[in-house]
Ligand binder design. Sequence first.
Ligand SMILES: [Fe+2]
Ligand SMILES: [Fe+2]
Length: 258
Amino acid sequence: MIFAHISDTHFDGGERARLRARRVMTWLRGMPLDAILVSGDIADHGTEAEYEEARSELVAEVPVLLLPGNHDVRAAYRKVLGGNGAGDGVDQGAGGEPINSVHRVGRVLFALCDSSIPGRDDGLLAPETLAWLREVLAGADRPVFVGLHHPPIRLRHPLLDSIMLGEPDEFEELIRRSPGVVGVLAGHAHSAVASTFGGRPLLLAPGVVSTTRLPWATPGELTWANTVDRTDPPGVSFHVLDDDGRLATHFRIAPEPA
Ligand SMILES: [Fe+2]
Ligand SMILES: [Fe+2]
């Protein structure tokens, strides 16, 4: 089982974001993958036009699984993307409730959670999302990857740490008590990071649209403007789940189109 994990495409109608996403997807479409996961901030402003763009660019022969981030807007996301792409557990919500979805892909399950709080940049798993996840994990008949946009840990980056997932303790306890969880996958930081959460791997995909500079490698004052690196190439994580249940993750940058 091999799948690609990308994040933070931030489609905004502009050429730059579109070409970076296209560069990644063109590369991935040539690979024997089982799925592609995009862990949020699909759109930059959350307009329907941006989701139309996402729908036409985030296309592959394998399931492309999406979840929302803080830049996404539930109503427009639902209207254009239908809650989510492929899979058998497509989000059924119609209103402003969290967009949670579950997908069986081969011998694994993806439980994708909406960690966004409408109108805010930090995140939270709402009680209904935690209850939903608890039910999914309890009934899982195969290994589970849990996806969400906001990392549930501090990254020791003062700016990023102000907009991480709030109140992660109950979530962490749930992961710890769910032996079927292989790993937790997130985005939002625009930075490839490997850590642990609830005793399982926590893996953050690099950003497609930009990379966040490390605080100790940021020239001058640490401001949002200074911390965004738009020249770093778009990155991808490849998660390889072996037959013995062991996970190995490879981080790569997408090559320039020929
Ligand atoms: Fe983002
Ligand atoms: Fe984000």
